[in-house]
Design a protein around this ligand. Sequence first.
Ligand code: NAD
Ligand code: WQD
Length: 338
Amino acid sequence: MNILVTGGAGYIGSHVTLSLLDKGYNVIVLDNFSNSSPKVMNRIKKISEKTLKVIQGDILDSALLATTFKEHSIDAVFHFAGLKSVAESTNQPGRYYQTNVTGTLNLCQAMITARVFNLVFSSSATVYGEKHHMPLRECYETGTATNPYGRSKYIAETILKDLAAATPQLKIAVLRYFNPIGAHPSGLIGENPSGIPNNLLPYIGKVATGQLPELCVHGSDYPTIDGTGVRDYIHVMDLAYGHVKALEALSDRSGVSIWNLGTGKGYSVLEMIEAFEKSSGCTIPFKFGSRRDGDIPASWADISKIQSELQWEPRFSLDQMMSDTWRWLTNNPWGYEQ
Ligand code: NAD
Ligand code: WQD
């Protein structure tokens, strides 16, 4: 089975590519490397001892997509290519809608023209917005995201539902990720943020490796266990395994199936600092700052739907998330550029 992975050089796409190769699928990666390094491909080949085809290109390039589908007998598409910074999306909303909405639509139109009907789509827990009780269930209302990034994912989900209603052959898995962290246990691939990270664990990593002086904990007066924000962190390899399970399930389904991908358990910022310190042996200097605009106090998933429908379970503990992150960071403090 041949699988096209858009954004396959990125953080999540690279780990899913490995899981797909491991399962015996043939993978074709399409990535413009705007937020990743081509060097990740050699790491993937090294770990998997398999080959894969890499196309440098853009999902906004409809002609390239048409050629890609014509030249390869593709059975399914995993769509990771996109922009993901909440802060950047507020300053550059047009760019975010162009890539995340128009790019997704371009891809789907090329798929339908080429009669490729299986799609696994990267969505986000951010589509739930802030109005709900925890844990978040797939049936909860969406569309109240607080920023253009979240709205771009909500619009993309809406487009996928409309396309599936009009094209009954389409089988689409929409996976709503909570907070992916960690790295492949080999220490050869992991998250490689450019610039100053916005997300918690990449920021902690830069402090641990001495590239940033201290962490600012955004808010200490939330109604949570210790006043700091609570999130549902999931190991990227558990996330990857969820994608493989979703693909396998699509053959028996039609239309759009939505699954949360989290662990169902929330940890506060202070608990995350403590867990990282325990696994790494580093001390993370931090100070308390004010709440970050748009942040919600807590977010964690109800995972009963994916557990019962896909027989998927998270397998990695918080300690493993931290020790795998630390192995990746100590082996590659400057990411792939060393
Ligand atoms: P990433 O930035 O590491 O990977 C995205 C990849 O897409 C990169 O390799 C980038 O070069 C590529 N890309 C970007 N624009 C492209 C374009 N126009 N054409 C071709 N390639 C392009 O991000 P990630 O963390 O791996 O996220 C993957 C997907 O999952 C994204 O759609 C993101 O919105 C979604 N997601 C991520 C998280 C998270 O916390 N990492 C959470 C929820 C959802
Ligand atoms: C986690 C907690 C912060 C940084 C974002 C997107 C979401 C998804 C994942 C793509 C919060 C606190 C953070 C720091 C801190 N991305 N924090 N100091 O906000 O849950 O989700 O990334 O889809 O869409 O919104 O993740 O890692 O940024 O924050 O105190 O320097 O850590 O306030 O409580 P978040 P995060």
